[in-house]
Design a protein around this ligand. Structure first.
Ligand code: IMP
Ligand code: MG
Length: 177
C-alpha cells in the first residue's frame, strides 16, 4: 500500500483560535446555566476535549458512537447508533459536539433523536463545516471553520481509521495513492 499524500488545509493555530471563539460564545450563551455536551465518536473526541477546557460553565459530558461511512469516503446516508449516551438529558441543555458537518444527515438524525428525550434545549456545535455538500436542512448553532468539498483528515477525522492524530486538518489525495 502506497503512502497517502496530504497537504495542510487548516493550521493548528487557526483551529485553536476557532475553538476559543466557539467556547466563548457557548460560555456567554449559557452563562449561569448548565449544559450536557455530547461528543460524537469517534471523530468528535479531539474537539470536545479542547472545547470543554475553554468553557467556564458547568458541564456534563457523554458520548455517542455513530457510524455512517464505514471505510469509504462517501456517506451511506444510513446513520447507525452503535453506542448511546448514559446520561438522562430530560430538562437539560444538550449541545451535540461534532467534528464535521458534511451532508448533515448525521446531525439531522441525532437532533431529531434528542428532541424526543424531553431536553430543555438541543443545540449543535461543529469545528468544521462543508456547507456545499449539504443534503438535508440543519441549523448549526455554533459553526466552526468552513472548508471546501475535499476529503479531510486530522484533528480527530479519519480515513479508514488512520490520521486522527494529525494536529492540523489535512487534505488527503487518494488518487495519488
Ligand atoms: P454527514 O452525516 O454527511 O454530515 O457526515 C458526518 C460525518 O461524516 C462527520 O462527522 C465525519 O465523521 C464524517 N465525514 C464527513 N466528511 C468527512 C471527511 O472529509 N473526512 C473524514 N470524515 C468525514
Ligand atoms: Mg463524525
Amino acid at each position: 500500500m502506497g503512502k497517502d499524500i496530504y497537504e495542510v488545509l487548516v493550521s493548528r493555530e487557526e483551529i485553536e483560535n476557532k475553538v476559543r471563539e466557539l467556547a466563548k460564545q457557548i460560555s456567554n450563551d449559557y452563562d449561569g446555566k448548565k449544559a450536557v455536551l455530547i461528543g460524537i465518536l469517534k471523530g468528535g473526541f479531539v474537539f470536545l476535549a479542547d472545547l470543554i477546557r475553554q468553557l467556564d460553565i458547568s458541564v456534563e459530558i457523554d458520548f455517542m458512537v455513530v457510524s455512517s461511512y464505514g471505510n469509504s469516503t462517501e456517506s451511506s446516508g444510513n446513520v447507525k447508533i452503535i453506542k448511546d449516551i448514559d446520561i438522562d438529558v430530560s430538562d437539560k441543555n444538550v449541545i451535540i459536539v461534532e467534528d464535521l458537518v458534511d451532508t448533515g444527515i448525521t446531525l439531522r438524525c441525532l437532533k431529531d433523536l434528542f428532541l424526543t428525550r424531553s431536553p430543555a434545549s438541543v443545540k449543535i456545535c461543529t469545528i468544521f463545516d462543508k456547507p456545499s455538500r449539504r443534503k438535508v436542512d440543519i441549523h448549526i448553532d455554533y459553526d466552526g471553520i468552513i472548508i471546501p468539498d475535499e476529503f479531510v483528515v486530522g484533528y480527530g477525522l479519519d480515513y479508514a481509521e488512520k490520521y486522527r492524530n494529525l494536529p492540523e486538518l489535512c487534505i488527503i489525495n487518494l488518487d495519488k495513492d
